[in-house]
Unconditional design. Structure first.
Length: 296
């Protein structure tokens, strides 16, 4: 089990959508259109701070999002989140006691499914980019890799879906943490540390999006805090990270991916990809699917 990483981030610098240059703004617009989302995720805004980083990574990632290989792999990855079976669906009486209406429940389920769909695909895409940019993936191209034989590798772009998966767009906007009541913001900050294998300055947006239903967040804390103390959440997040890494190692690496930008920028991109996949995205797949089982 991976318990430490040299790729920790002390801070996460970003380029905001309103401050982006025309070139970066055009990529941001393409990201939102391709992914069907109303805002640009933190990882892409962070990569925009690295010279050439956003241009390179998005050029490699964009075709994958139309790939049937990615969508099928993302579904399999979520099915392997075994910790979901450790929580039980809540009876209607529990949801009623928490003040959650049927409309609230439907909104929460749709929001969680949207995040689960997006996070599972993002974990695979970013893991693939890391593998393609790393020394290990370049050794595959040279026939030196000790894992799967080159002839056994899967081309993730072999089948491009004619129709995009139906994307669920959240009905409510993502609130700023500064706009939330102090007690709700404090609860979100606690939940954002759950399952983290290493400290991270990157704060996932899922809990902030669920702040419209603070009683739901509080009930989730009660349900999973024992698992956090036991280290179970951390272990499951690392397991998902390792499963995703194993999946993309079977994919054909992107050719000459690291030759697009300067070596120093490649190093920075690798560090960021490693941190976000290991410390943030993998665990949020686990948390989201656990919450969905509880309320769905």
């Amino acid at each position: 089990m991976k318990t430490t990483t040299t790729h920790q981030l002390d801070s996460v610098h970003t380029v905001s959508e309103k401050d982006a240059t025309p070139e970066i703004a055009a990529i941001f617009a393409d990201i939102k259109e391709t992914l069907g989302v109303p805002f640009v995720n933190l990882i892409w805004r962070h990569l925009a701070t690295i010279p050439g980083g956003l241009e390179m990574t998005w050029s490699l990632a964009r075709p994958l999002y139309g790939s049937t290989t990615l969508n099928a792999s993302a579904r399999v990855l979520r099915q392997q989140t075994t910790l979901v079976d450790r929580v039980m669906p809540w009876p209607d009486a529990v949801c009623t006691a928490l003040g959650l209406s049927e409309k609230d429940k439907s909104e929460i389920v749709l929001l969680l499914e949207d995040y689960g769909h997006a996070n599972s695909r993002a974990l695979l895409v970013l893991s693939y980019l890391h593998a393609s940019l790393s020394a290990d993936s370049r050794s595959i191209n040279k026939g030196e890799h000790q894992g799967a034989h080159a002839s056994a590798l899967i081309d993730p772009l072999a089948h491009i879906a004619k129709n995009k998966d139906a994307l669920i767009k959240p009905a409510r906007p993502l609130p700023a943490i500064t706009d939330l009541p102090t007690n709700v913001a404090a609860l979100i900050k606690i939940l954002n540390t759950f399952g983290a294998p290493i400290p991270s300055p990157a704060e996932p947006s899922l809990y902030r999006h669920l702040s419209y239903w603070p009683s739901f967040l509080a009930a989730f804390w009660l349900a999973v805090e024992p698992l956090e103390r036991q280290g179970v959440l951390v272990r499951e997040g690392i397991n998902i990270y390792e499963r995703a890494s194993s999946m993309v190692r079977q994919w054909k690496p992107a050719d000459n991916a690291s030759e697009i930008i300067a070596p120093n920028s490649v190093s920075q991109v690798l560090k960021s990809l490693d941190h976000f996949t290991y410390a943030v995205i993998a665990r949020m797949i686990v948390h989201g699917d656990m919450m969905k089982r509880m309320i769905d």
